[in-house]
Design a protein around this ligand. Sequence first.
Ligand SMILES: *Cc1c(COP(=O)(O)O)cnc(C)c1O
Length: 352
Amino acid sequence: MRPTLARISFAALAHNLELARQYAGGAKILSVIKANAYGHGLNRAAKALQASDGFAVLNIEEAVKLRQMGIEKPILMLEGPFDADEMSAYSELNLIPVLHAEHQLEWLKLSGEPLDVFLKFNSGMNRLGFPLSEMEVVLAKVHAHAQAEQITLMTHFATADEDMGTDWQWHRFIEKAQSFNLPISAANSAATLRHQETHGNWVRPGIMLYGSSPFADVSAAELGLKPAMTLQSEIISVQAIKPGEGLGYGLTYMADESTRIGIVACGYADGYPRHAPTGTPVLVSGHRTHTLGRVSMDMLAVDISNIPEASVGSHVVLWGEGMPVDEVARAAGTVSYELLCALAPRVAVKEE
Ligand SMILES: *Cc1c(COP(=O)(O)O)cnc(C)c1O
């Protein structure tokens, strides 16, 4: 069997949730499991994160799967209904829509029964949400429809993970919101970890649950997070190349000294980023080394010149235990979110 494998740790997911709970103080936790739980598997993650107070997803299909599992907890639909037809599913499955725009307020009337709703306001990210200045008007409309049970006021931060922080958005938002005395939801992972004042009633952690740090300057390990996904494989061939010889497609890597190379059974069709340059860190037989040359569809090459014991069959960790996904993402010029989400369906998964 091809040795390429994604190991998903239930213990790590549960541990990271527990840590989120400690950071969150008294706020309840909506575990964000959109995008197939950031590549970890929706059902699997929902099971491992069953101690959550609720879940947040994007599509009706995801909500259906959660209800079919017997999950009765609140399910927040992060972008609300995409068309009027979806409202019947909202009533049937008792889903909580995020309502962020005028057309969705109209659709709310179509719900068979009153629903809990999150009203999303734009406090500066300028992606989704009603203008803050319209908070009274929007609330009046929702009340007029009489189709809303519990209303929660929500916003989303653009720079919670950066030096700019959340103050600039939080102050705008809370200044408006506080007068209505309604529950609040604002914090993603970064704000859950670093901006306690924004926790409100519901925090919405995603990436931290999977064991990755939202911050460039603090590692997941420093935060106490454990990697939930380990992408691993093995060396399936060893090559020795001489100075002046090249490697792989385009011969983009040219050896300037004798180099021992391990060919690993993992490529971009498994979800490893093709744009990862020579030098991207990788673990071989427990030793840190790096990739060489272009990533191919099914294989990539690693430098094993300094790992004499490495040979065919040697264990390789692309990311996860012993090789933080955040480091690989940084080397590849992207973020852990993209790498985790891109895990390809052809990769075998082992739950542990
Ligand atoms: C995806 C998402 C989150 C989770 O963000 P992380 O950075 O992964 O913690 C929270 N809120 C909303 C609205 C989202 O879309």
